[in-house]
Design a protein around this ligand. Structure first.
Ligand SMILES: [Zn+2]
Ligand SMILES: [Zn+2]
Length: 426
């Protein structure tokens, strides 16, 4: 430190204090340096080079379909080439977790660690990982971006050939093995993310590095559902300022689409849902006209066409119900209307509409993860939240400690929650 004199004491240029009665400013400075030192030592202790197998990390393991998760101490292997190990800070439940946990109609794969909406901190990196470092704050994503394939090189696609979502795979891409085990029994991964665990190993191409000052307990919900609905509206439907929009399905994804319509400056947002309990909550998202298809004896598209004098400018469908998908298309205005499908239908569903609906210049599109490329685009979505353009708080209806993770399934199945934040350290 250079020679200086401050109120309260003097410090000599030889480093010997002439007197040492720190002012309150210096006391704070010393305290800061002390805390900083502790935090660096702590960092050195917890951020290692990734060679260690963690053998006492808590994870919520699904041992059987539809049975409550069990918090277990599991071994988490170090990341291999192009992988990272992440300390999950916050996670939340998304509907896709529930579908595969129930395993109705899907190939059951157990024991498995679910979870794909989360935020965390990189704890160690495997060989060949150059764009992520220990300490980076990240969102794990269920689909990736290798930046090399034809899809990644296309401006129009986010459907990476290498790292595209794979719901069946329960192992890592590089070696076909799991990084989780308990007493030698492998535990399968889910969507390459498995965020219902204090530590998880993820392919580095499925990790978005974000603004380090972003609050992880809020932005964690951007790693799946909210970005899906938001991107469907902003990137695909692209409503113009002052336009009219219909949103089918008022769960978290549909409300995120409504949030996108609000951000785009839509003047009229119509919500469609068969559950009227959703309507009150939806008002917070700028939806102030509601249609319950059950209240009408004609198809909902006819109701919307009458209400809007010819149809809405844009519609986004977030239920996966095939008749809702057809209604969402047929309710848009001829000449310019665009409908976007987001919900995942049953395998055998077929879309039937008269070709004249297309010839009359209506457009039907589908989207996956809101057309966002996870690594390239998610940081900017986080920035939208940081700039207060995007409101995330209104999606968060519950908050629970990790030990109570099963409650989040109850909240979702009862329709009580939009998003419940699970705090890993509480
Ligand atoms: Zn999801
Ligand atoms: Zn790719």
């Amino acid at each position: 430190m250079a020679s200086s004199t401050t109120a309260g004491h003097a410090i000599s240029c030889k480093g010997k204090p002439l007197s040492f009665f720190p002012s309150s400013f210096d006391a704070r400075l010393l305290e800061f340096i002390h805390l900083r030192f502790i935090s660096i030592v702590f960092s050195l202790l917890i951020y290692d080079d990734g060679d260690d197998v963690f053998d006492a990390e808590a994870a919520a393991v699904a041992w059987e379909a539809g049975k409550p998760l069990v918090i277990e101490q599991v071994e988490v292997a170090p990341p291999k080439a192009m992988e990272v190990r992440i300390k999950i800070e916050y996670t939340s439940l998304c509907h896709t977790d529930v579908c595969f946990w129930e395993a109705k109609g899907q190939h059951p794969l157990f024991p498995r660690i679910f979870g794909h909406e989360a935020a965390g901190i990189v704890e160690s990196v495997g060989e060949g990982v150059t764009d992520l470092q220990v300490g980076d704050r990240v969102l794990p994503v269920f689909t990736g971006e290798c930046k090399e394939c034809a899809h990644c090189k296309s401006e129009e696609s986010n459907m990476c050939d290498l790292l595209r979502i794979n719901t069946e795979r329960g192992v890592m891409l590089s070696d076909g093995e799991t990084r989780f085990s308990k007493d030698g029994t492998p535990i399968y991964h889910f969507l390459g993310t498995s965020t219902f665990s204090e530590y998880t190993v993820i392919h580095s191409g499925c990790v978005a590095k974000i603004d380090p000052s972003a609050p992880l307990d809020k932005v964690c919900i951007l790693s799946c559902g909210i970005s899906t609905g938001l991107g469907a509206m902003l990137n695909v439907a692209k409503p113009k300022r002052g336009s009219s929009v219909a949103v089918f399905g008022l769960g978290a994804v549909g409300l995120a689409a409504a949030e996108g319509a609000r951000i785009a400056g839509a003047s009229r947002i119509i919500g469609v849902d068969i559950n009227p309990n959703r309507f009150e909550e939806a008002k917070k998202f700028g939806i102030d006209e509601f249609i319950n298809p059950k209240d009408h004896d004609k198809p909902v598209q006819e109701v919307i066409v009458e209400m809007t004098d010819g149809g809405v400018d844009r519609s986004v469908e977030c239920t996966g119900n095939i008749s809702a998908m057809i209604s969402a298309f047929e309710c848009v205005h001829d000449g310019w209307g665009v409908a976007v499908l987001v919900g995942v239908p049953s395998k055998d569903a077929a879309f039937a509409t008269k070709p004249i609906n297309f010839l009359d210049e209506r457009t039907l599109k589908g989207t996956f993860f809101g057309n966002y490329k996870p690594r390239s685009d998610l940081p900017a979505v986080v920035d939208m939240y940081m700039k207060k353009e995007l409101e995330l708080e209104k999606f968060i209806t519950h908050r629970i400690p990790f030990s109570e993770i099963n409650k989040t399934f109850d909240y979702m199945l009862s329709g009580e929650s939009l998003r419940c934040i699970v705090c890993m350290d509480e």
